[in-house]
Design a protein around this ligand. Structure first.
Ligand code: PAF
Length: 286
C-alpha cells in the first residue's frame, strides 16, 4: 500500500492504474467499520482502491469540533493495509488549500434544509473538497455512506450538475448491535451518554413502525420521533425530519401516494452532535 501526500504523486500513480477501474473512498480518518464496509464494496467493484484521509477545515463551522476531531493515522493505515487498499492520499492543508485558493463549489437548493439549515457553511465545504478530490483522484466509482444521507444527495446532485465522469455508490449505514450508527464522533461519548445515544435509533424504529402500519402524515412521524427522543434526559434535539427523499423538503400532513420518506435527525448527547436516518420506501403496489 502506497501512502502519498502530494497531488503530483497521486497523479503519477493513478495514471499507472489506467485502464483499470478505480474505486475511491474519501474520509476524514479515524476509520471505523462503516468506512471499511465502503472500502470492501470498492474492492469488490474495482481493480484498484484509493482512500483519502483529510480533515477538511472548510466543512466545520466556527463553533464546531475541528480542533478536537479524533485522529489516529497509524491505526488508519494499518486498517487500510489489511483491507487491501492500493493507495492512501494524505494531503496537508496547504496542498488542498494553498494561500491563493478562492473557489467554492456550492449546490444550492437541497443544501438549504436539514443539516444545511443548522450548519450553513457545511455543504459548500464538503462539495468544494469532494470536487477537488474527484479531480485529483479521477475515480471510476466513489463510495459514500447512507449515514450522511443529505451529504450523499448533495454529492450526487453536484456530480450530475457538473458532469463528473464517475459513478456514485451509496453504502448502507453500519450499526452497533444496539442500533447506534457508527460514527467517528461516538468516541466523544462517556458510558452514560453511549447508552443514551441509542435513542436516535429507537426513535427511528418507532416512526418506521408507524410508516409500516400505513401512517402517511409527516407531522405524526416527526412527533413520534420527538416523543421517543424527549423521553431521554441526556438528549437535546437539534431537528427531526420526515422529508421527501429526492428534494429533502418536509412533508406536511400528507405524503403523496407512491412516495417514500427520509426520516432523519440531529441530536446532541451532551456536547456531541449525532445524526441518523432511515430511508423508507413505499410498499409494493402502494
Ligand atoms: O463524510 C465525510 O467524512 C466527509 O464529509 C468527506 C466526504 C470525506 C468530505 O470531507
Amino acid at each position: 500500500m502506497k501512502i502519498i501526500h502530494s497531488i503530483e504523486g497521486i497523479r503519477a500513480v493513478r495514471s499507472g492504474y489506467s485502464p483499470q477501474s478505480v474505486g475511491f473512498v474519501a474520509t476524514m480518518g479515524y476509520l471505523h467499520e462503516g468506512h471499511l464496509a465502503l472500502v470492501k464494496q470498492a474492492k469488490r467493484d474495482n481493480e484498484r482502491v484509493i482512500v483519502s484521509i483529510f480533515v477538511n477545515p472548510k466543512q466545520f463551522g466556527p463553533t464546531e469540533d475541528l480542533s478536537r476531531y479524533p485522529r489516529d493515522m497509524e491505526r488508519d493505515f494499518a486498517l487500510l493495509h489489511t483491507s487491501g487498499v492500493d493507495l492512501v492520499f494524505v494531503p496537508d492543508i496547504e496542498t488542498i488549500y494553498p494561500a491563493d485558493f478562492q473557489t467554492v463549489v456550492e449546490v444550492s437548493r437541497i443544501t438549504q434544509t436539514l443539516e444545511g439549515a443548522h450548519r450553513p457553511t457545511h455543504f459548500a465545504g464538503v462539495t468544494t473538497v469532494v470536487a477537488k478530490l474527484f479531480n485529483i483522484v479521477q475515480p471510476t466509482r466513489a463510495y459514500f455512506g447512507q449515514k450522511d444521507a443529505q451529504q450523499a444527495a448533495v454529492i450526487q446532485q453536484m456530480v450530475r450538475d457538473l458532469n463528473f465522469n464517475l459513478e456514485i455508490v451509496i453504502g448502507p449505514t453500519v450499526r452497533e448491535p444496539d442500533g447506534l450508527a457508527l460514527s467517528s464522533r461516538n468516541k466523544y461519548l462517556d458510558t452514560e451518554q453511549r447508552a443514551a445515544a441509542t435513542t436516535l435509533y429507537r426513535s427511528l424504529k418507532a416512526a418506521e413502525g408507524l410508516w409500516e402500519s400505513g401512517v402517511r402524515d409527516g407531522n405524526v412521524l416527526r412527533q413520534k420521533m420527538m416523543d421517543v427522543l424527549s423521553a431521554e434526559p441526556l438528549a437535546r434535539v437539534d431537528y427531526v425530519s420526515a422529508a421527501d427523499p429526492a428534494t429533502l423538503v418536509e412533508y406536511g400532513s400528507t405524503v403523496p401516494a407512491g412516495s417514500g420518506v427520509l426520516l432523519s435527525m440531529a441530536v446532541f448527547i451532551g456536547q456531541t452532535r449525532l445524526i441518523d436516518n432511515f430511508l423508507l420506501a413505499v410498499r409494493e403496489g402502494e
